[in-house]
Ligand binder design. Structure first.
Ligand code: FES
Length: 142
């Protein structure tokens, strides 16, 4: 192989390599797209606000994890609930009162209060549940 043939072959391989790289980058972009359905278990349970284990729900910003769901108190009479298992690899997320969002300790994914992904690597939102209060009893369902 002379010098000209070597350069032609090398440039050809570089071109193929660049095309391959751009295809790989494009497929990574699609993997991170947030367009999947919300994920979480189907639940229907109650929490008694009079029990010590649920006392955090009597204070704005307090949260309790139960039945695979995190229930958050936004005001003394307002609540919402989000699935607890991260949609990336299933680690248990926790509520970050300071940032008013949910953080996964395993790889750092974050979710907003509606369960939407705000930072990967998770690529599907968390399921959000309805929470109703009747006296001291919260019912979480969805
Ligand atoms: S398991 Fe939550 S970010 Fe990976």
């Amino acid at each position: 192989m002379d010098r000209k043939e070597f350069l032609k072959l090398s440039c050809g391989l570089c071109g193929i390599s660049l095309i391959g790289s751009s295809v790989l980058l494009e497929s990574c972009k699609k993997t991170n797209a947030v367009n999947a359905a919300p994920q979480g278990p189907t639940v229907n349970f109650t929490l008694n606000l009079g029990q010590p284990a649920n006392a955090a729900l009597n204070t704005a910003g307090g949260s309790v994890a139960s039945n695979g769901v995190i229930v958050v108190c936004t005001t003394v009479t307002s609540y919402y609930a989000i699935a607890q298992a991260c949609t990336h690899a299933g680690c248990s997320i926790s509520f970050d009162k300071t940032g008013n969002d949910f953080v996964c300790p395993c790889h750092g994914a974050t979710f907003d209060t509606n369960g939407n992904v705000t930072s990967g690597p998770a690529n599907a939102p968390l399921k959000k549940y309805t929470v109703t209060r009747n006296g001291n009893i919260l019912t979480v369902a969805g």
